[in-house]
Design a protein around this ligand. Structure first.
Ligand code: HEM
Length: 444
């Protein structure tokens, strides 16, 4: 059967590699071995190889130059290739489901909501206000920092989108959102009881919640200072979206900024705990900002811009923990890449994890060394893909960094903490602490 399956997928010029079993491919090995799966395949077949994972024939590229080429050349037929369950649950107007001019339009509308100038004038003060609420009163508590950062990331993005809804609306939304999240990463089997089915129902319920809020807003003359109002009333924006597009846009913001922001925040706390010198330097930076202020005064844009070491801690956390392993693309036509034939509709896994541990780019790559990022040229290096690249470069980069920086500001100036339990953290396929990461928190 294995041989037959190889022959079925064999095409002249396609990169070397193996396809595993029909239907299942090599998914089990890929998930079990993680980064070692990539290393072993690379050692055997070189930096570009074929396999069958996540339900599709897939080309994996570990080659930094090819990865860069793929990210920068969507127009040549290298479009996003995320799994069907993700596309179904995030909606057909979701940014990852659209290409060409529609992508430009949806992305333009998104950027108008979260561009640095909007963060400076409108969003930062809100992130500050809600972060204080999230990190209020933890003195003497034992907390699961994973749960805490998950709640923080969702609560803050929700409040940026819909500012004045009552807490019961948020609670209802949160319950549905966690089902949507699990469903988006499941096999697309639409049968009652499956995660996919539950995720799809959660999407329908989220749509209902959002439609009701939009209806209420349309019926009232009251203005709300939030993203939803900007989208619904289309104030000062050249982007007019339908209700379906508005709802998918809000789901996109919540979904894309959730796990990335929460996991980076959790891992930063972990690394800072393990590296007291870095924690001290970070604290000094934040106390310096706080010393010039009254307790109720929020962080301002100039304060944020002065957080040089915090910025470096965030980048080093993203690198060392590899919050994003890579991105998925698919070909819209047969094409040649690096001399290989890539058949139409095949997935390409642009695997960027390895470059994070490149000893030439990052000497002593396994050491947590935020100071390396004080050299700003590292961020703009041609193979730095922490936030993706090309026309899909993360539009939420600044908002993500602002949120994590504000989180670190209040956490390190208000509290000190000790880990209890020394819990395990998985790094692949996602960064997570399966049993949580528990901390004893005390007032600083
Ligand atoms: C530390 C935080 C973050 C990291 C590491 C991160 C990383 C990434 C990466 C690697 C991509 C490229 C995906 C691809 O090429 O297919 C991406 C895209 C994207 N990110 Fe982020 N992100 C972060 C925060 C955020 C936040 C807060 C938002 C919320 C607004 C956001 C919204 C998006 C969207 C909408 C895209 C798709 C862009 C497009 O297709 O044009 N991200 N992000």
């Amino acid at each position: 059967i294995l041989k037959w399956n190889e022959m079925r997928h064999s095409r002249k010029g396609v990169p070397p590699g193996t396809m595993g079993w029909p239907f299942f491919g090599e998914n089990a090995e890929f998930l079990r071995q993680g980064p070692d799966f990539m290393k072993n395949k690379k050692a055997r077949y070189g930096p570009v190889f074929k396999t069958h994972i996540l339900g599709c024939p897939t080309i994996i590229s570990v080659d930094p130059e090819l990865n860069r080429y793929i990210l920068l050349n969507e127009g040549k037929g290298l479009v996003p290739g995320y799994p069907q369950s993700m596309l179904d649950i995030l909606g057909k107007c979701n940014i990852s489901a659209v290409y060409g001019t529609t992508h430009k339009y949806i992305r333009g509308s998104l950027l108008s909501l979260i561009a640095p100038s909007t963060i400076k004038d409108q969003l930062l003060s809100k992130v500050d206000k809600y972060m204080r609420i999230c990190l209020h009163n933890l003195d003497g508590e034992t907390i699961d920092i994973q749960e805490q950062t998950n709640d923080m990331a969702l609560f803050i993005s929700f409040k940026l989108i819909v500012d004045t809804e009552s807490s019961s609306v948020y609670d209802a939304f949160k319950a549905e959102f966690s089902k949507l999240l699990i469903g988006s990463l499941s096999l697309p089997i639409n049968f009652p009881g499956t995660n996919y089915h539950r995720g799809f129902q959660a999407r329908k319920n989220i749509i209902k919640i959002m439609e009701q809020i939009i209806k209420k807003r349309r019926a009232s003359s009251m203005n709300h200072d939030d993203m939803l109002d900007n989208l619904v009333r289309n104030v000062d924006s050249k982007y007019e979206l339908s209700d379906e597009e508005i709802i998918d846009q809000t789901i996109t913001i919540l979904y894309s900024g959730y796990e990335t922001v929460s996991t980076t925040s959790m891992m930063a706390i972990k690394y800072l705990h393990d590296h007291p010198r870095a924690l001290q330097e970070l604290r000094d930076e934040h106390f310096m900002i706080q010393n010039g202020k009254k307790p109720e005064e929020p962080i301002e844009w100039t304060d944020y811009k002065s957080m040089t070491f915090t910025h470096a801690v965030i980048f080093e956390t993203l690198r060392l923990a590899t919050i994003v392993n890579g991105v998925l693309r698919k070909t819209t036509k047969e094409m040649k890449l690096k001399g290989f034939v890539i058949p139409k509709e095949w997935r390409i896994y642009v695997y960027t994890r390895e470059i994070n541990y490149d000893p030439i780019l990052y000497p002593e790559p396994l050491t947590f060394n935020p100071w390396r990022w004080l050299d700003k040229s590292l961020e703009s290096h041609r193979y730095c893909f922490l936030f993706g690249g090309g026309s899909r470069l993360c539009p939420g980069k600044e908002l993500g960094i602002v949120t994590i920086s504000t989180f670190l500001h209040y956490f390190v100036t208000r509290y000190r903490w000790e880990e209890i339990g020394g819990e395990e953290i998985h790094k692949f396929p996602r960064v997570e602490a399966p049993k949580g990461l528990h901390l004893k928190v005390l007032k600083y």
